[in-house]
Design a protein around this ligand. Structure first.
Ligand code: CTP
Length: 437
């Protein structure tokens, strides 16, 4: 990746690997518990295979009531066993755990979480969990009552304290007519977290427990008439990923979303949809009180058409404009900083901005970013170099993180999940250092 920058700009490690153990294909064990969500494990195994991972599936005996071993064998390209007495000469209960770079248990049922928390080894999956020394990711799925039961809450706590990542489930329709927290996060989302743990093993630690965070994402659309608008190319991927990772690190997250690519709502996040910059401003203001941090990852339109026609503008009509007049939108980020100075929002609220920059005749990406940080007055500025093939709509990102204390660090090229983890590391540090805490 080339970056428009001056020769003085440090460059995000352009050759940084996005895969762990670059010379070797990662081995990922997928443990499948006996719940109806086991059917989604098929999609997960397929995604892992498509990512090029060596995938070993270990279903429990009850998972096989939902999905046959042949399905997992076909999708993973590897044999599938459930018991410790299958294939004994190969000692699979020790070998599989030892060889794994990551174990993902999806769905993790209440029973499976209980057995794992108690260190049981009564089938191949739980035995593998005891021998694995790599990161372990549990993706729970169960009825809300079971998820909220003190026994499950305690088991999850034990597993987290031992360094395992236990995802917050999604809310929504469960088996039958009921709905609530307990749904398995989307396979694509679990795959993102898995990739993140392979890149950064501690990336889902619970260092944001109890924090309230507002995140904006996506682009706004400024209408010209009922069918036309001024918009931008933001996919929303970076903001959604920040919201996802923050929620899994324990934060209570509200995501204020403009228009995005076709993205799944993040598990365990409240999503509020907005259309225009003015609407986003109102909703951000309403979610800026009593929060610990506000992250402005949205691509907010700087201008809107000064007049909006209530009927479609027809070509050849008397109303056909030969130019569009624009009015400047309020700068939401700068407004938050002003509100904080004025005391209308809590002085301890950390404000994070984003800057999408290209270099030009007046300076490089970082020169513009440093100016922007000073102008906007936020605490952290995440800087992306944009242009053809960079940042917008891409799955990987690189950049810099500038602090109002003068700190500057490179965010290496990697997945947007990895970049999110880097931003949240810096945010967690700042939150921990806030005065009065
Ligand atoms: N932003 C905002 N309100 C606006 C425009 C931008 O809150 N009306 C926020 C964005 O969410 C981002 C940051 O400001 O966090 C920087 O956005 P960017 O578009 O890079 O900056 P601009 O202020 O628009 O500066 P310019 O386009 O002149 O570079």
């Amino acid at each position: 990746m080339s970056v428009s920058s001056t020769s003085t700009d440090p460059t995000p490690a352009e050759s940084a690997t996005t895969e762990p153990a670059a010379s070797r294909v990662p081995t990922v064990v997928v443990g499948v518990g006996g719940g109806i969500a086991a059917y989604k494990a098929c999609q997960l195994v397929r995604l892992f295979s498509e990512l090029g991972f060596d995938v070993r599936v270990i279903p429990t005996e009850s998972a096989l009531h939902f999905i046959g071993a042949a399905t997992f064998e076909a999708l993973s390209g590897n044999p599938v066993h459930t018991g410790v007495f299958d294939d004994v000469p190969e000692v699979p209960h020790v070998r599989l755990g030892r060889e794994a770079d990551l174990v993902v248990v999806a769905p993790a049922t209440a029973d499976l979480l209980a057995r794992a928390a108690n260190g049981r080894a009564d089938d191949l999956l739980t035995a593998t969990l005891l021998t694995a020394r790599c990161p372990v990711l549990f993706a729970p799925a169960m009825h809300t009552e079971m998820w909220e039961h003190p026994a499950t809450v305690a088991n999850v706590e034990v597993l987290r304290q031992r360094g395992n990542a236990v995802l917050e489930p999604a809310s929504g329709r469960l088996t039958g007519a009921d709905s609530g927290p307990g749904r398995l996060p989307e396979p694509a989302e679990i795959a993102e977290f898995a990739r993140l743990l392979l890149e950064v093993p501690g990336a889902l630690r619970r260092d944001l427990d109890g924090m309230r965070i507002t995140v904006t994402a996506g682009g706004t659309r400024e209408p010209l008439d009922p069918v036309r608008f001024l918009g931008n190319r933001s996919s929303g991927k970076q903001g959604y990923m920040l919201a996802r990772v923050a929620a899994q690190r324990g934060a209570d997250v509200t995501l204020i979303s403009g228009y995005t690519a076709d993205l799944h709502p993040p598990a365990a996040v409240d999503v509020v949809s907005v259309r225009t910059a003015a609407e986003m401003n109102d909703v951000v203001k309403a979610h800026s009180h009593g929060v610990d941090a506000i992250i402005m990852a949205a691509a907010v339109a700087d201008f809107r058409p000064t007049t909006v026609s209530s009927a479609k503008i027809k070509k050849g009509s008397e109303d056909e404009p030969d130019r569009i007049l624009l009015t400047r939108n309020d700068d939401i980020l700068a407004g938050l900083v002003t509100d904080r100075r004025a005391g209308t929002i809590d002085a301890k609220t950390v404000i994070v901005g984003f800057a999408a920059e290209t270099g030009d005749d007046h300076g490089g990406v970082l020169d513009h970013a440093r100016d922007k940080l000073a102008r906007k007055g936020c605490d952290l500025l995440v800087v992306n170099a944009v242009g053809e093939g960079k940042a917008f709509e891409m799955d990987d990102n690189a950049g810099w993180l500038l602090g109002s204390d003068g700190s500057e660090r490179v965010l290496e090229l990697g997945s947007k999940a990895r970049m999110s983890a880097g931003v949240l590391d810096a945010l967690a540090d700042l939150l921990a250092k806030r005065p009065g805490l």
